[in-house]
Design a protein around this ligand. Structure first.
Ligand SMILES: Nc1ncnc2c1ncn2[C@@H]1O[C@H](COP(=O)(O)OP(=O)(O)O)[C@@H](O)[C@H]1O
Ligand SMILES: [Mg+2]
Length: 231
């Protein structure tokens, strides 16, 4: 589905991504863990074309899209949920979804989305600004679905959410996975990552230093945490 090979990205002279290798098979979920500032957001931005990588490949269904503009990459079936959610505060739940619909919805009609996201259905006429952090995250995810993505890039969705809401997010991601959506999830919340991932990567200073299937990661969690994730 998605394969990233030897990806290098710079901000000015800052060499942020220093050769990232990573793969998300179709229908699978990969989690990328890493401390603040290691380049997780830059990785997602580089995949979706918001930041142009300077070297390496981003393969989507065997097409190398590195350096393509975002609208063309999105059209190949990539959804992006940015850090901070970026909900329109003055638009209602339904309006926030409608403005993201570029074409007539095929799979994810508003009705269908409200069915899968019951907490949004209750709040469908509420403005973005009136939603809780959890509801905003659900809305950001619902909005990403309207382009009918095959893979969704999720940037720290659990940030600022209470544990109970994280559990709801886990259920939602699992529901979407069962619908065949793949995820590349960037997280610092290990509970969420372990609940949904098939494979776990760890990034340190712009490089992927660890990769393991979930069962292996769970067995090695404490040593991985101590080595790469705690300050
Ligand atoms: N727009 C930018 N211009 C310059 N440097 C940036 C920019 N965005 C991020 N950086 C730097 O790139 C590094 C990686 O940032 P980021 O990808 O946001 O990390 P993470 O998401 O893992 O916290 C950090 O050192 C950060 O300060
Ligand atoms: Mg980030």
């Amino acid at each position: 589905m998605l394969r990233v090979e030897a990806l290098h990205t710079y901000y000015g002279r800052g060499h942020i991504l220093q050769g990232i290798d990573l793969e998300v098979p179709a229908g699978a979920t990969a989690a990328v863990l890493g401390r603040n500032g290691v380049g997780k957001t830059t990785l997602l931005r580089s995949i979706v074309g918001l930041t142009r990588p300077r070297g390496g490949r981003v393969l989507l269904a065997d097409e190398d899209v590195a350096g393509w503009p975002p609208h063309r990459i999105v059209r190949l079936g990539v959804g992006y949920v940015p850090e901070g959610r970026m909900i329109f505060p003055d638009l209602t739940v339904v309006e926030n979804i409608q403005v993201a619909q570029r074409t007539a919805p095929k799979r994810w009609t508003i009705e269908r989305l409200l069915e899968v996201f019951p907490s949004l259905a209750e709040r469908r006429r509420s403005k973005g600004a009136q939603l809780s952090g959890g509801e905003q995250q659900m809305l950001a995810l619902a909005r990403a679905l309207v382009t009918d993505p095959r893979i969704i890039l999720l940037d720290e969705p659990s940030q600022g959410l209470a544990p109970l809401i994280v559990e709801e997010l886990i259920r939602l991601i699992r529901t979407l996975r069962a619908e065949g959506v793949s995820f590349l999830l960037v997280e610092q919340n290990l509970r969420l990552a372990e609940a949904v991932a098939d494979v776990v990567y760890v990034m340190v200073k712009g490089q992927t230093v660890y990769r393991a299937p979930l069962s292996q990661f769970s067995a090695e969690r404490e040593s991985v945490k101590a080595r790469y994730l705690t300050l």
